[in-house]
Design a protein around this ligand. Structure first.
Ligand SMILES: [Zn+2]
Length: 68
């Protein structure tokens, strides 16, 4: 089951919920666990790791390899 990271816009508290895809698309989990506000935004944490943290990617199928 994937986990989703959210950030509460009201209290600024980040939180993470584990939801099934269907539960997520149904809108579940979008309530702050700290203050109960539904004024939250989805944040991306480990899902979007910026490449270039030391280990070179093997140039397999990336079309644009002019990164450096
Ligand atoms: Zn909150």
């Amino acid at each position: 089951m994937p986990s989703y990271d959210f950030l509460c816009r009201d209290c600024g508290e980040p939180y993470e919920v584990r939801l099934s895809m269907s539960a997520y698309s149904a809108g579940e989990g979008r309530v702050c666990t700290a203050c109960g506000s539904d004024n939250v935004e989805r944040t991306l944490s480990a899902a979007f790791v910026v490449s270039g943290g030391g280990s070179h990617r093997s140039s397999g199928c990336s079309p644009s390899s002019g990164f450096t």
